[in-house]
Design a protein around this ligand. Structure first.
Ligand SMILES: O=C(CO)COP(=O)(O)O
Length: 248
């Protein structure tokens, strides 16, 4: 189907100048599979620095942004600013933004719409909590979260990567089994076929995120509907190279 594998590293609020330099050095040494798109999600304060030291084969993402180009929004950054320093991606709707910072589906959608309008590419995150999974609501939740994004994305699906990140698997060491992840990815694709278009369903890349490591990446990558990863903790370590290369 020709979906290019895409691996994101979400550094979250980690690293200092020395460590981010070392991570970039490790990525430069790689070697990274040239058939894989790599996007690193960098803390806002290091975006410009990291953008200035990465080779152009590595894409840089902000981890959040606001829904307007400029103005009285103390502490926020805009897609225009992200583009201005040369980065082209933003991660939006991460479960930590949703749970810790109270971002709801409609705010995430507004951010996605504005980021796309501004010319950024977007990794849009969705995923259920443990409570929701145990209540049998996984599909209901991820469909609801994706539905909110439909009008925001419009005809820009080629600029969007979906990241399915079950909240119970994030930072817990408890990875979704390949079957659990594959099942959600496949039903998302079915849902997209019915609610967006068959073309969107077959072309959109869906990453899995949640305790991905070099040890489990290959098995997950072998699933037909898993088109990449969004990696937290392991993206700060040299094993990120092996995760990028998981389809080799
Ligand atoms: O939240 C994540 C990536 O966005 C996943 O984090 P971990 O890989 O640390 O579980």
């Amino acid at each position: 189907m020709g979906r290019k594998f895409v691996v994101g590293g979400n550094w979250k609020m980690n690293g200092d100048k020395k460590q981010v330099t070392e991570i970039v050095e490790t990525l430069k040494k790689g070697p990274l599979d040239p058939n894989v798109e790599v996007v690193i999600g960098v803390p806002a304060i290091y975006l410009e620095y990291v953008q200035s030291i990465v080779p152009n084969t590595i894409n840089v993402a902000a981890q959040n942004c606001w829904k307007a180009p400029k103005g009285a929004f103390t502490g926020e950054i805009s897609p225009a600013m992200i583009k201005d320093i040369g980065a082209n991606w933003v991660i939006l709707g991460h479960s930590e933004r949703r749970t810790i910072f109270g971002e709801k589906d409609d705010l995430v959608a507004e951010k996605v719409a504005h980021a796309l309008e501004s010319g950024l590419k977007v990794i849009a995150c969705i995923g259920e909590t443990l409570e929701e999974r145990e209540a049998g609501k996984t599909e209901e939740v991820v469909f609801r979260q994706t539905k909110a994004l439909l009008p925001a994305i419009g005809s820009n699906w080629d600029k969007v990567v979906l990241a399915y990140e079950p909240v119970w698997a994030i930072g817990t060491g408890k990875t979704a089994s390949p079957q659990q992840a594959q099942d959600v990815h496949a039903s998302l694709r079915n849902w997209l076929s019915a609610n967006a278009s068959a073309d969107v369903a077959s072309s959109v890349r869906i990453q899995y995120g949640g305790s991905v490591t070099a040890a489990n990446a290959k098995e997950l990558a072998a699933c037909p509907d898993i088109d990449g990863f969004l990696v937290g903790g392991a993206s700060l370590k040299p094993e990120f190279v092996d995760i990028v290369n998981a389809t080799q």
